[in-house]
Write a protein that binds this ligand. Structure first.
Ligand code: ZN
Length: 182
């Protein structure tokens, strides 16, 4: 089922999401929420979705970056961004730590700020610890665009949006980004 994606200004996007208890993960309601979030992300389409974006203030994110999305970039763009396919992944109660001080700046958008992108600096390498959809511990070491997606989605769990980090002078509609800034 496709869920409605909250847009900037909806208070749920600014709340700190609550953790999901280990014994709650295998319940039908959480499992169904994961499936609905997966469908909603694919439909959008997006490379990540956080539970607050569909109105649930829970520490749950889904991620998937597909080859077909990457194929829309030039080879140079994909390489500069360190963009490689990421299989579908669920992360619950994730904790992110920096693996570097190095930043990369690229245009970034959000399904909750539909139609706009702007330059957002992000760490190029991060480590994330959390639980998967079965409640098992996972540790992820991510670089490039994958690291960017993780930072973006985990920010959502803390009420932070990409516009908070954005260099606002670079804000543009997605259409004008394609036309002038690629
Ligand atoms: Zn977002």
């Amino acid at each position: 089922m496709k869920l409605k994606i909250a847009q900037v200004g909806e208070p749920v996007l600014r709340q700190k999401a609550r953790q999901i208890a280990a014994d709650e993960i295998n319940t039908p309601s959480v499992q169904q929420l994961i499936e609905f979030m997966r469908e909603t992300m694919h439909d959008a389409p997006g490379v990540g979705l956080a539970a607050p974006q569909i109105g649930q203030s829970l520490q749950l994110i889904v991620i998937e970056d597909r080859q077909e999305y990457i194929d829309r970039l030039s080879e140079t763009e994909a390489k500069e961004r360190g963009r490689v396919p990421v299989p579908f992944q669920v992360l619950i109660n994730p904790i992110l730590t920096a693996k570097t001080h190095a930043n990369a700046e690229f245009h970034e958008g959000c399904l909750s700020f539909a139609g706009f992108v702007g330059l957002v600096p992000r760490l190029t390498s991060v480590k994330v610890e959390g639980l998967n959809e079965k409640g098992q511990p996972v540790v992820i070491e991510a670089d490039g665009w994958y690291a960017r997606i993780l930072q973006h989605e985990i920010d959502h769990l803390h009420g932070v949006l990409c516009i908070d980090h954005m260099k606002l002078h670079s804000l543009t509609t997605y259409e004008n980004y394609q036309k002038f800034w690629r």
